[in-house]
Design a protein around this ligand. Sequence first.
Ligand SMILES: C[S@@+](CC[C@H](N)C(=O)[O-])C[C@H]1O[C@@H](n2cnc3c(N)ncnc32)[C@H](O)[C@@H]1O
Length: 241
Amino acid sequence: MTTTRIDVITIFPDYFAPLQLSLVGKAMTEGIIDIRVHDLRDHTTDRHRSVDDTPYGGGPGMLMSPEPWGMALDAVRSAQQAPNQRPLLIIPTPSGEPLTQELAHRWAETDWLVFACGRYEGIDARVAQYYGDAKVCPDWAGVREVSLGNYVLAGGEVAALVIIEAVSRLLPGVVSNADSITDDSFALGAMADLVEGPSFTRPRTWRGLEVPEVLVSGNHERIAAWRAEQAQIRTQSRHLR
Ligand SMILES: C[S@@+](CC[C@H](N)C(=O)[O-])C[C@H]1O[C@@H](n2cnc3c(N)ncnc32)[C@H](O)[C@@H]1O
């Protein structure tokens, strides 16, 4: 079994306590994922442990300085464990490419992910430029700037948690029933651009609402056809395609 290594750099390490819970926590205990959270302020040199400064050109708010980021990222990079490992740097930002299940699948095949969690007005743009330049940083696997959606969060921590959870549940052994991953909304293959249709459990009648008859028919072909049809209907009705 290969362990997927994930490093997170943040000014709020405590934000990542929920990773100890549920599937991701279990995956850590079982050695499927190795998550290390680092405090960006440990890589500052002034007594105030400052990580931000005013933006060139003026404007409201503060920007994260490149210097502590450079030192933190270099320190993480130097703690390589296996030969030939190159980390992929993921920088959450509202201006990044949208997070998709396809990206989660791709990153689940990567053995080392590093998250840079921005705060304030974000991170000096040269950080992404520097680590994304294969000539300057050949020991990195590049940079992906990723957005959770068209809205603005206060920091990249929530985005990193979301991505870590989406990636982790795709790693072999994390979700006990592998079929539940292939049947999910947006799963690679037949579901790639579809969401899952409605699902039901007992009781068969609840507050006057019945479970669709086909689901209790025991006819697996009919059930599969109904589910495929419902996935189409729901995807179209929610304008997801
Ligand atoms: C207040 S936001 C900065 C917004 C930035 N000034 C802009 O307008 O694009 C602070 C940080 O939150 C995170 N963030 C905010 N919205 C996000 C989103 N939709 N997706 C991913 N990360 C986000 C990023 O790490 C960002 O650097």
